[in-house]
Structures are given as C-alpha cells and as structure tokens.
Ligand binder design. Structure first.
Ligand code: NAD
Length: 339
C-alpha cells in the first residue's frame, strides 16, 4: 500500500462544504492516497479564527505543499483582501491552469478541449488601488496600478509552452491588449515573441490574439484554440467565458501551480445564491481533485475518476439542471447543455 500523501483541505464558503463533502465521498471510494489536514480560510476563517487566512492554514500548506480548496468568499468593494490572491502570493502560485473540456456531448458547443493558462501573481490583480478626494467626494477618482515583470511573463509563458509540449498540443495562443496597454501587456507580447523565437520555434506553433477579438472568436469558433496563455485579469475573464462553452462554472477545474506548493480548486466561486440548497454541482471540484491526483503522479486513479464522472453524466444521465432561475436559457445550466 503506497504511503498516504499529506494534503491540506479547505472546505471554503457558501457551496464549498457541500461540494467538498461530495468530492471526499468519491475520493474515498476511489482509494485516493491523501491524508487530509482540514483548515479554514475566507469567511470560514473569520468565523472560526477571526482571520480570512489564519496562520494555521498557511502553516499546514507550508508542511504539505498541496491543497484542495473549496471557493472562498471575498467581499466586493470594501472589506478584507481576497484570501485566494493572498494564498497565490504566499506560495508563489504563478500558473493558473484551467482545462475546459466537453463533458456532455451534443450541446451547442461540442468537442471542446482547450486550456487557459493564466498568469496568477501580477497584472491588474495586485490590488494597488486608491481613491483621490475631490472637494467633498472622497471617492471622486479611482486609480489602480498593474504590474507585469519580464521575469513573471517569461515564467508563465515557459510554463504554457512546456505544458503544451508535454500534453501533445500543437499550438499556443498568446492573448494580450498591447495595442492599447502598450507597456503593461506589451511586455507580455514582447517576452512571448522573444521566448518563442529563441526556444520554441519549430517545436510548436505560436499565434497571438488581442483579448477582445479572442473573446469573440471563442464564442464563434472555439475549436481554433488549444492553449491560451495570458495575463491575470484576461485569464480570469476568458476562463469563465470558456467554462460557459461546456455547460458553466460547475464544470471546470483549476490548478494553481507554484514553486512552493500546488492548490487545486473549482473555477467557480462560493455561489451564495444556491448555498445550502443541495443544488451545487460538484463536478468542477471533482475534476480539480483529478488534476491533483495527476500532480501526485497517479494518472491511473485520475483516469478512473474522470471515467466515473463521464459515466454518471452520460450513462446514468445525472444532469439535473439547477439554475436559481428555472429558465435555463436565461441563466445557463451548470450541469451541461440544459438537457
Ligand atoms: P460564483 O462562481 O460563485 O457564481 C456565479 C453563478 O454560477 C451563480 O449563479 C452560481 O449559483 C453559479 N454556480 C457557481 N458554481 C456552481 C456550482 N458548482 N453548481 C451550480 N451553480 C454554480 O460567482 P460570484 O457569485 O460572482 O461570486 C460569489 C463569491 O465567490 C464572491 O465572494 C467571489 O469573490 C467568490 N469567488 C471565489 C473564487 C475562488 O475561491 N476561487 C472564485 C470566484 C469567485
């Protein structure tokens, strides 16, 4: 019997505990080799320890270097800084890998198989923002600063090219907005072009796309893309768009890979609108667990988990639409193509 792998488990907020519980049942049945250390973060961290990212949680991930995480709530506007962003910074999780694959054939977009590789530590996400008072309005002007470094661009671009080569992909598309943000995303385009010419030319194809046109092309003809690599904010938006091609946020996993740890999660958030109602789709977190198992070099177990998901969705036809709005056209089914 192989030794159990210590791993941190964060149930998270909103639907987090429900989908984590469902995932653990499946992982137990699979005989997944993890010895879990349960910790809290986000709203759960504040409730249990008065801190959205308690030291005990950080210490656990420092020990295990591996975590499965439910979604964490972040207040919009004011309030505490995102625990997700802080976790990425604390463990230098520079690559956010979000595979998007059709799980239920025959929908509006069939046979989708693309991966969004998102830079996870830089760009407009760094949160350097402030208001400027004018007369009696303290919020008269809002200013935000983005930072992209050549080293950070190079690291994520190398990751994307290597990932594409290792997974048998033929093409990497670099997504930018260097026509307008000539410096902030120009450095990403420039670094990508240099890296491609010096190291990857002849081994793989690279093309480039401006982010707004890329969004349109993803909707018109998503099959033209294999691996999209882009900066933090664009990657966040495009990966949610891509999730919509395969049934919604409940269907897409994410891996946060870094030098000091790897944290696996669903792409979606805490879905407070359906929390506690038994409606949440655990598929995305189950797929995140499959990525985690692969990361731990147990591909045969990951394949069994994916096969079980395929059979549940397509053989047993477990596809209850669970939109808060009963009209799937209005809300999008998170279980697949609104069947
Ligand atoms: P969301 O992803 O939580 O929800 C968007 C829509 O998708 C909602 O209608 C929701 O019901 C639905 N949905 C999401 N996951 C689902 C699932 N598994 N099954 C069924 N339906 C699902 O996005 P939001 O409402 O913008 O954000 C809510 C909170 O989550 C915010 O506090 C946000 O900061 C946080 N968030 C966290 C993460 C993370 O922890 N990685 C990611 C995104 C958002």
């Amino acid at each position: 019997m192989p030794q159990a792998i210590p791993a941190t488990l964060i149930a998270g907020d909103g639907i987090g505990p429900e989908i984590v519980e469902a995932t653990l049942l499946v992982l137990d049945a699979l005989g997944a080799p993890f010895a879990w250390e349960s910790q809290v973060a986000g709203l759960g961290g504040i409730r249990a320890a008065g801190d959205p990212l308690p030291e005990a949680t950080l210490a656990s991930i420092r020990r295990t270097r591996l975590a499965l995480k439910g979604p964490l709530e972040t207040p919009s506007g004011g309030g505490y800084r995102s625990s997700n962003v802080r976790l990425r910074e604390a463990f230098h999780l520079y690559a956010n890998v979000r595979p998007v694959r059709t799980l239920i054939p025959g929908g509006r977009f069939d046979k989708i198989d693309l991966v969004v590789v998102r830079e996870n530590l830089e760009g407009l996400y760094i949160g350097h923002e402030h208001y400027v008072r004018v007369d009696d309005d303290p919020h008269a002007v809002a200013i935000g600063t983005g930072v992209n470094t050549r080293a950070g661009c190079r690291r994520i671009l190398e990751y994307a090219f290597d990932y594409a080569l290792a997974t048998g992909r033929k093409k990497v598309t670099l997504v930018h907005k260097a026509n307008i943000m000539k410096v902030l995303t120009g450095i990403f385009l420039e670094t990508g072009q240099e890296l491609y010419d010096s190291t990857y030319k002849g081994r793989i194809v690279m093309d480039t796309a401006i982010v707004d046109a890329c969004a349109m092309k993803l909707v018109l003809n998503p099959w033209q893309y294999e691996v999209l690599v882009t900066t933090n904010l664009f990657g966040d938006i495009l990966s949610d768009l891509a999730a919509g091609l395969v049934g919604g946020l409940g269907m897409t996993p994410g891996a946060n890979i870094g030098t000091d740890a790897a944290i696996f999660e669903a792409v979606h958030g805490s879905a407070p609108d359906i929390a506690g109602r038994g409606l949440a789709n655990p598929t995305a977190l189950l797929l995140a667990a499959a990525l985690m198992i692969e990361h731990c070099k147990r591909p045969e177990l990951a394949a069994r988990l994916r096969q079980a998901l395929h059979d549940a969705l397509n053989v047993d036809q477990v596809r209850r639409a669970c939109c808060p709005n009963p009209d799937p056209e209005a809300n999008g089914s998170v279980y697949g193509q609104s069947s």
